[in-house]
Write a protein that binds this ligand. Structure first.
Ligand code: ZN
Length: 62
């Protein structure tokens, strides 16, 4: 199952270290799904505090 980074909420398919922020705290308890493809122009990315393109969890439940 895919994990989400507790810090930046990026979703990763494998591994235990976040490729975006370098954190090693992952959780399986996330929900929602948002794909950011053009972070500079995305209002949603701005709203969510996302700084890099990728797939992110909308919310972390842990
Ligand atoms: Zn992260």
């Amino acid at each position: 199952m895919e994990k989400a980074c507790k810090k930046c909420r990026v979703i990763i398919a494998q591994g235990d270290v976040c490729p975006i922020c370098g954190a090693s705290e992952m959780t399986l308890k996330w929900s929602g799904y948002v794909v950011i493809m053009n972070v500079e122009k995305s209002e949603l990315a701005k709203k969510l505090g996302i700084n890099a393109n990728g797939t992110y969890a909308l919310s972390i439940n842990a």
